[in-house]
Design a protein around this ligand. Structure first.
Ligand code: NAP
Ligand code: MG
Length: 403
């Protein structure tokens, strides 16, 4: 038996809910604790404990992430009316992801996990395409009016000193609709910095797209902020790393993405990112085969799975029925966090372990041993469908053989 890998700084561990909470425990027991002297500062974001602490635990976990720099998060329930009665909640607590994002000021990067046997629908995609979505403003924080009949619509801005700026929107001669949207230089700047840092970190080209030819002030401001920050802070580093940043129109980007080989980051405004990330992820195969990391401009990282708590499987599990829930995204949340911790603390053995665990996970699938969701879409023949626990145990066997 070789020595366990030692850690220096603890990871911020955010436990979660339902089926993913069960996977979380299994992953730790089978794939991490036997090999790593795992150091974590544990926060229980399971809905019961969030309710017990009036959601203070969520805020505490985000602040701990600011302190230590790297967190790993299990999927959590965002309460709705049904959860109020199911968990007897004091309040309909906010989405933990929303609370954490507001504190860390981040951008979310989502990347498909590519494996042989799960082929993307787009034949020429050889490498993953990472979507970077700006998560503030635009149509997600809009003001809307349904116009009842003829009249004049204007944009009005009143500065603090009382100066008024007006712009005619439209003179209506009948009913219609109006929408007001905004963004801030501050939010766009931190989005840009998160994208540039992430591109450097992963040594991939960065594309940014919007519609500045039509939106000559709004989208143009995004384009300018990206360019100014790139020229002032990142250009030299990009050149040294041999990677490229370029801006292109959203319609040109869409056309190019379809013809590309992959292996780059595509930064999108909030709405474009919402739509395009669902397109890219489903074209690559499955939400359970997707990594997700929140990166803050200050260099703080939070790794998670892109999917939810897989409620339907959890209820089967509670009834004593067998489940076949895919743990790949949750495993990769751990490996992402461990590798980042290893890089920051200069522990090569920890980075190497993260690499091996990812390889063992993919090798297991490529050998034909997988969960049901993948078995349904794989091009591999002679597939063995495993239950939730056995899939993790098979990964451990593959890992043991590698170590
Ligand atoms: P979900 O957990 O993503 O699951 C939706 C469906 O997708 C499942 O029923 C399952 O399909 C399939 N699926 C997702 N992940 C899978 C996996 N790892 N392995 C196999 N199949 C998988 O979404 P939901 O059931 O709509 O939401 C459940 C809870 O998750 C909600 O309370 C929601 O608030 C929360 N949520 C949390 C996050 C987060 O923390 N990041 C994100 C989204 C949702 P089949 O049933 O057909 O097998
Ligand atoms: Mg969406």
């Amino acid at each position: 038996m070789t020595e366990k890998i030692l850690m220096k700084t603890p990871l911020v561990e955010m436990d979660g809910d339902e089926m993913t909470r069960i996977l979380w425990k299994l992953i730790k027991e089978e794939l991490l604790l036997p090999y790593i002297d795992l150091k974590t500062e544990y926060y229980d974001l399971g809905l019961e404990y969030r309710n017990e602490t009036d959601d203070q635990v969520t805020t505490d976990s985000a602040n701990a992430t600011l302190k230590y720099g790297v967190a790993v998060k299990c999927a959590t329930i965002t309460p709705n009316a049904a959860r109020m009665t199911e968990y007897n909640l004091k309040e309909m607590w906010k989405s933990p992801n929303g609370t954490i994002r507001a504190i860390l000021d981040g951008t979310v990067f989502r990347t498909p996990i590519v494996v042989k046997g799960i082929e993307p629908c787009v034949r020429n995609w050889e490498k993953p395409i990472t979507l970077a979505r700006h998560a503030y403003g635009d149509v997600y924080k809009n003001a809307e009016i349904r116009v009842s009949g003829a009249g004049t619509a204007e944009l009005v801005f009143t500065a603090e000193d009382g100066t008024v700026t007006k712009e005619l929107i439209h003179k209506f001669d009948g009913p219609g609709i109006i929408q007001g949207v905004h963004n801030t230089d501050k939010s766009i700047s931190s989005f840009a910095r998160a994208c540039f840092s992430y591109a450097l970190d992963t040594r991939q080209d960065l594309w940014f797209s919007s519609k500045d030819t039509i939106s000559k002030k709004y989208d143009h401001r995004f384009k300018d902020i990206f360019q100014e920050i790139y020229d002032a802070e990142y250009k030299e580093q990009f050149e040294a790393a041999g990677i490229e940043y370029f801006y292109t129109l959203i319609d040109d980007a869409v056309a190019r993405v379809m013809k590309a080989k992959g292996g780059f980051i595509w930064a999108c405004k909030n709405y474009d990112g919402d739509v395009m990330s669902d397109m890219v992820s489903s074209a690559f195969g499955s939400l359970a085969m997707m990594t997700s990391v929140l990166v803050s401009p200050s260099g703080v990282y939070e790794y998670e799975a892109a999917h939810g708590t897989v409620q339907r499987h959890y209820y089967k599990h509670l009834k004593g029925e067998e489940t076949s829930t895919n743990s790949v995204a949750t495993i990769f949340a751990w490996t992402g966090a461990l590798r980042k911790r290893g890089e920051l603390d200069e522990i090569p053995a920890l980075c190497a372990f993260a690499d091996k665990l990812e390889k063992a996970t993919l090798d297991t699938i490529e050998s034909g041993r997988m969960t049901k969701d993948l078995a349904l879409i794989t091009s591999l023949k002679d597939v063995t469908v495993l239950n939730s626990q056995d899939f993790i145990k098979e990964i451990r066997k593959t890992l043991e053989a590698m170590l």
